[in-house]
Design a binder for this molecule. Structure first.
Ligand SMILES: Cc1cc2nc3c(=O)[nH]c(=O)nc-3n(C[C@H](O)[C@H](O)[C@H](O)COP(=O)(O)OP(=O)(O)OC[C@H]3O[C@@H](n4cnc5c(N)ncnc54)[C@H](O)[C@@H]3O)c2cc1C
Length: 511
């Protein structure tokens, strides 16, 4: 049901500017949770640009909640790794993340337009989403209890319309209008190097499920196989090379020839030049407005983290806004969005820049030095493991956000606080079996009533929190697990734990 404000304007719960993958994920999460959402998108069809190809387990998990995980998985090369090659194409390192406890592979190769279409179609069909395509946001204003957005048809200078909502999410990409309208900016730098990203189809050469990074001192390139005979190849351009001329089909075919011979013009799905940025917004929140995705951070694509980080942003702010709309959360809960997401976003920007530095070395001397250093540090066992298991791509740890640290570092819960939980099938206290919807270890203490309030730990964030106990009984704080999981959702080892909350701090899975 639509609400109206004191000026009789229609009052939405949330306006999302930008119907890219991150904006639509936020919109769907909010709408599934009961919020009335308006999405403003200047395009009239889902994006078809050759961008993200690496997807993290947590992204699958988010899409699982949005009920599009199975369709996405069917278009994805699951459970992949990375290989790094040096001078003379000698293997420097082969990495693969350790199996994730989420029930999804830790790293896979997908196709961003596939995800964008799945999200777009669901958003169009959603009864609580007013999806305004072909519309552009051109103004933003805020008061203590409202945010208003001026919109007008994209590319036209006709009269604008004013939309009003309780909250605004700016998901309008790297050139975000919302970001500047709310008075913040991206800080960081832009890389000098330009790259051509080429997406090929009809590739019949069998390849192992690894993204391969070739830093051979000549022209660095990256090779990423996908499903359904797709292959991504990215080539670094040299100073003085004309980007447009290098994207001509005959040039692309010549560049590809040593890697994938016999490419025909019709096999080139796309070839475009891009320049990578390494930037983070100074603020993720201004009053009632929040930045998510590329509007909040831009990073080189070498670690495949930009979209994954954006989807985590969307998920993080969406459940918090839902809690506030439902009267369970306070303003401090909304503040925790920036505390939790900005630090991890900045970390992923740094990791991506470092990976790029390794890949983009050119010249025999520099490349030889890099290879020597790589081999030297790789003989140190912790470093070897760090590289081998891709530990440099650390999942978020929200111990400094809304979660409360365990009373003691020696507590068995200490390491679990602020980290994502596994998703095994469990037997609940009432005897029912199911997959838990709780996703984060949010509290270091157990709550006998089964209903935890973060305010009991000194943070006035709201009530109705999921308190998740690890390896203990829901009824007896501190005891060992009374019930074990029946079966894990994946082939991973079952993790003994039990949810003891009255309700999870997430919207329920749709039936
Ligand atoms: C070559 C390349 C490879 C990449 N590889 C990976 C990878 O492997 N893994 C990964 O995680 N990430 C990767 N990324 C990054 C990823 O593609 C982006 O992080 C992701 O697309 C960001 O999504 P978004 O929804 O935040 O922004 P966008 O996709 O840019 O969407 C923003 C939307 O806002 C709309 N919009 C803008 N302004 C307005 C306005 N004023 N009014 C209304 N609508 C507006 C736009 O039309 C657009 O639809 C890669 C990027 C590139 C370029």
């Amino acid at each position: 049901m639509r609400r109206r404000d004191r000026n009789d304007a229609e009052l939405r719960d949330v306006i999302v500017v930008g119907g890219g993958p991150v904006g639509l994920t936020a919109a769907l999460w909010l709408a599934d949770g009961g919020a009335a959402v308006t999405v403003i998108e200047q395009q009239t069809a889902p994006g078809d640009l050759p961008r993200a190809i690496s997807i993290a387990d947590e992204t699958f998990r988010i899409m699982d909640f949005l009920t599009i995980c199975e369709e996405l998985r069917s278009e994805t090369l699951l459970d992949t790794g990375s290989r790094y090659f040096g001078l003379n194409d000698r293997l420097l390192a082969a990495s693969k993340p350790l199996p994730s406890r989420s029930g999804h592979p830790a790293k896979s190769q997908f196709d961003q337009p596939v995800l964008e279409k799945l999200l777009w179609d669901r958003a169009v069909a959603h009864e609580r989403i007013d999806f305004r395509t072909g519309m552009r946001a051109v103004g933003v204003a805020q008061s203590s209890d409202r945010v208003s957005v001026e919109v007008r048809p994209a590319g036209e200078d006709t009269q604008s319309e004013l939309l009003v909502a309780s909250f605004l999410i700016g998901a309008d990409g790297g050139k975000s209008f919302v970001r500047s309208a709310i008075g913040t900016r991206l800080v960081g730098s832009t890389q000098q190097e330009r790259w051509i990203v080429v997406d090929l189809v009809n590739v019949m050469t069998p390849r192992e499920p690894y993204a391969e990074f070739y830093g051979n001192g000549r022209r660095p390139y990256v090779l990423v196989p996908g499903v359904k005979n797709r292959l991504r190849i990215e080539f670094m351009l040299f100073d003085g090379e004309d980007g447009d001329a290098m994207c001509a089909p005959e040039k692309i075919i010549a560049l590809c020839e040593p890697i994938e011979s016999g490419v025909r013009p019709e096999d080139i799905r796309r070839a475009v030049v891009y320049v990578a940025h390494q930037r983070v917004a100074e603020h993720y929140r201004r009053g009632r407005a929040f930045l998510v995705g590329d509007a909040a951070h831009l990073m080189p694509p070498f670690s495949g983290q930009g979209l994954n980080a954006g989807l985590r942003d969307a998920n993080n702010i969406a459940w918090k806004i839902l809690d506030v709309l439902a009267g369970r959360g306070t303003d401090a809960l909304l503040d925790s969005y920036e505390a939790e997401r900005r630090a991890h976003g900045a970390k992923m920007v740094t990791v991506s820049r470092r990976t790029g530095d390794v890949v983009m070395a050119i010249g025999a001397a520099r490349t030889r030095l890099r290879d020597l250093l790589f081999r030297a540090i790789s003989v140190v066992p912790p470093v070897y493991d760090y590289l081998r298991y891709m530990r440099f791509i650390t999942p978020p740890n929200y111990a400094d956000g809304v979660a409360v640290r365990a009373p003691s570092r020696r507590s068995p819960l200490a390491d679990a606080v602020g980290r994502p939980l596994g998703q095994p099938t469990v037997v609940f206290a009432n005897g029912e079996t199911g997959v838990s919807t709780a996703r984060w270890a949010a509290s270091g203490r157990l709550c006998r009533s089964g209903r935890a309030s973060a305010s009991t730990h000194g943070i006035p964030t709201g009530t109705g929190w999921a308190c998740v106990a690890y390896a203990c009984s829901p009824r007896v704080p501190g005891s060992r697990a009374s019930r074990k999981p029946t079966s894990p959702t994946s082939s991973r080892q079952p993790t003994p734990w039990c949810p003891c909350a009255a309700k999870p701090a997430q919207p329920e899975r749709r039936q």
